[in-house]
Design a protein around this ligand. Structure first.
Ligand SMILES: [Zn+2]
Ligand SMILES: [Zn+2]
Length: 721
């Protein structure tokens, strides 16, 4: 048979593709196994080639998918991403598949289930004697008839109990097609809350608008944004469509997942995030790809899942910076979502209490439809703000006497308190009071942070850990002192100060992977307690008994060089404050500050994000900053100090830029990180076409240059800062 030629993308940081041959007809987007540099790898067919201009063409070893698992819109989207984000196309293809498929494996549609036998259906409590747990497990089966692995886990049924029930003949193992599972996929109409007038107006307006629009629901915290999109999702599910819900972090949104499952059936909802096992990810992906399940809740990279029949994309907390991938191939999942929806001619609903300035500007420009929710549901009022002057009293682990008194008052009323501090560890700074030495990371340009459990110094940028020295490593005196307060120290102090109250620390260190996986980040308890935590506590939790939020260091970010700092600080403070006083209890927020008269804090206290955002937008427009101009960052990093600057200078010179078209090159905020020296050149322009043309020119230069051995150059389109 005649040889056919195919252009194949390989999952490597390379922008070019490779030609292979095969005598089989292969569709675009299919996975193929091909030889590359003495090994076999999985590549992706870009297209058939008519006349190859390469000499020695190797044959494709194995065709893994005769019919591509990637549909036409996804195939087109991959090309758009490669072109827009200047990313290697093979790496984008790779992101479209779960690790299982990237390795060339297959996902089976069958699944093992445990099903109740006739004997089991009839078994009564008496026959179990003292084996109470076994009977309780059987009761679950008597109700549900059969369970697969996730169901067993959810009902806490152990292997030992299963084995016992099987040996008694009450249960049997069966293999089922995942599509035929006897599971709960029913819509539970009673679980939906009735919408109030304001919500209903937005619901109807989105429902009746044309299909391919982007909507932004901008509603104060607690105003019931999610209920609106639950109702819209219902309409799509009833039409047999699938829905993608993007969230910044799954482990931190347990309520959202539970609420969605309650309404749409727990077996109709698939989850996709990086903390899951490869097997679970493969099945979730397959369930969505084949249409076995209707709803996918996922983090950033879930935007790359090929659906059988996608009808709607929801981007929850659209302002969250976790939607932006900042390493490797850099992209914004939120922006990709908008483009994807455009290609598939379906709507996108984004929501936030503190929308990003880009999205607000897109609303001003009439590219997105803005829907505002101004009232909190259940008549909950906005929290009241107070500013506590850090200069006015002696601080106890960073807290003023006023804050401590107020915490104690709330606890005595039976309420819960959140103490917010965005610094992990025990002491962010260790300092020798004899010679001024301070421990620094050997791989990065930063000081190491002291942690107490276990006692050691940790670099928050590369993860390097050292034992805490007893004496100064410079002058040998035992004169090391700790400065500043981290969450560990705050936790220790609060435990000591409020002896009879439970104090729970919530930050990346305190949360295990297991906790993130099982969605059990926050306690269910309604008892008085103190939560101490970093910004992960700002994300959408609902704690009805929380009445006071203390922001230990409201000043951080006020004096930053980064133009995005004020936007981020406003979002963070308003999101954190939004945790206070939901439902019937009034909430208060204490902002501790060394500059209580700073106009920005006064603005935050108004809780009027709309006004703050508009003022920041005006400033950005005057100073020609994003979102009024487009930016593309060219990052260069090398183990050799002078090279990044040299390479970026070369690039910048050869582009012949006008003065207002670039910034830098300059060292990154932390120049040395993980032993790499890092510099950045920022291109900017009011003309999107022009700036992309410049970036394409840069790529050509990089590909043709010989410095790539020593310098890694990366491109960041629409950078976060
Ligand atoms: Zn010293
Ligand atoms: Zn480091």
């Amino acid at each position: 048979m005649e040889n056919l030629y195919y252009e194949v993308a390989l999952p490597l940081p390379l922008r070019n593709s490779f030609t292979y041959s095969s005598n089989i007809k292969i569709s675009n987007g299919s996975r193929v196994q091909v030889p590359f540099r003495n090994r076999e790898i999985v590549g992706y067919v870009l297209k058939k080639q008519s006349s190859p201009n390469v000499k020695s063409i190797k044959p494709i070893t194995k065709v893994l998918d005769r019919n591509s698992l990637i549909d036409k819109p996804s195939y087109d989207l991959i090309h758009w991403i490669a072109n827009y984000y200047k990313a290697p196309i093979g790496e984008i293809f790779k992101s479209y598949f779960p690790p299982f498929l990237r390795k060339g494996k297959e996902i089976k549609d069958s699944i093992e289930v445990y099903a109740i036998t006739n004997l089991g259906k009839l078994a009564s409590k008496e026959s179990f004697g003292r084996a109470k747990k076994q009977f309780e497990a059987l009761e679950v089966f008597q109700q549900k008839l059969e369970l697969s692995r996730p169901g067993l886990k959810a009902n806490k049924i152990s292997k030992a109990i299963l084995d016992a029930l099987i040996s008694k003949g009450y249960l049997e193992k069966k293999s089922r097609n995942r599509n035929e599972l006897k599971t709960n996929k029913e819509l539970n109409l009673e679980a939906f809350f009735e919408l109030n007038d304001e919500q209903n107006k937005i619901y109807k307006s989105i429902k009746n608008s044309s299909a391919n629009l982007t909507h932004l629901i901008f509603g104060v915290t607690g105003s019931g944004k999610t209920e609106i999109y639950f109702h819209l999702i219902r309409d799509f599910i009833e039409k047999g469509k699938q829905v993608l819900i993007l969230v910044p972090e799954i482990g931190l949104t347990p309520n959202l997942k539970a609420e969605i499952e309650r309404r749409f059936g727990e077996d109709n909802v698939a989850l996709l995030h990086s903390e899951m096992s490869e097997k679970d990810r493969a099945h979730a992906w397959n369930d969505i790809n084949k249409g076995f399940k209707s709803i996918l809740i996922g983090t950033r990279s879930a935007i790359f899942t090929p659906f059988k029949d996608l009808g709607l994309i929801v981007v929850d907390e659209e302002h969250d910076s976790s939607y932006k991938q900042i390493d490797g191939f850099r992209y914004s999942a939120r922006d990709v979502a908008v483009y994807r929806a455009n290609l598939e001619k379906i709507p996108v609903i984004m929501c936030s209490a503190t929308p990003s300035l880009e999205s607000l500007k897109n609303c001003q420009d009439k590219k997105y439809c803005l829907h505002k929710l101004t009232r909190r549901v259940k008549d909950a009022r906005q929290p009241k703000f107070e500013i506590s002057d850090l200069r006015s009293s002696e601080l106890k682990s960073g807290l003023t006497e006023y804050s401590l008194n107020e915490i104690s008052k709330e606890l005595s009323k039976g309420n819960q308190v959140l103490v917010f501090l965005n610094k992990k560890g025990y002491a962010p700074m260790v300092f020798c009071n004899k010679c001024g030495w301070t421990p620094e990371c050997s791989n990065c340009d930063v000081s190491m942070v002291y942690h107490i459990n276990p006692k050691r110094l940790v670099c928050h940028h590369c993860g390097t850990k050292h034992p805490m020295p007893v004496a100064c490593l410079n002058c040998n005196e035992e004169s090391l002192e700790f400065f500043h307060t981290g969450t560990e120290k705050l936790e220790e102090f609060l435990k000591e100060y409020f002896k009879n109250t439970s104090v729970i620390r919530v930050d990346r260190e305190a949360l295990g992977k297991e906790q993130l996986r099982s969605n059990s980040v926050l306690p269910d308890s309604k008892e008085p307690l103190i939560l101490v935590g970093t910004q992960i506590l700002a994300k959408g939790h609902h704690m009805p008994n929380l009445t006071l939020v203390v922001v230990v260091d409201a000043d951080s970010g006020l004096f930053s060089v980064d133009h995005k700092a004020s936007e981020r600080l406003a979002q963070l403070l308003i999101q954190v404050s939004g945790r206070a006083g939901r439902e019937d209890k009034e909430g208060r927020v204490i902002l501790q500050s060394f500059v209580p008269e700073h106009p920005f804090l006064e603005k935050i206290s108004s809780f009027d994000y709309d006004r703050i955002a508009n003022e920041i937008l005006e400033e950005r427009q005057t100073s020609k900053l994003p979102p009024f101009v487009y930016q593309i960052n060219i990052h260069a990093e090398s183990l050799k100090r002078p090279l990044p600057e040299k390479v970026l200078m070369e690039i910048s010179r050869s582009l012949n830029l006008n003065d207002d078209e670039f910034i830098g090159p300059k060292p990154e905020l932390i120049e040395k990180r993980k032993n790499y020296f890092r510099w950045v050149l920022t291109l900017k322009s009011e003309n999107r076409k022009k700036i992309h043309a410049l970036a394409n020119q840069v790529i050509k230069m990089i590909d043709q240059s010989d410095y790539s051995k020593n310098v890694r150059v990366g491109i960041d389109v629409d950078p976060l800062n």
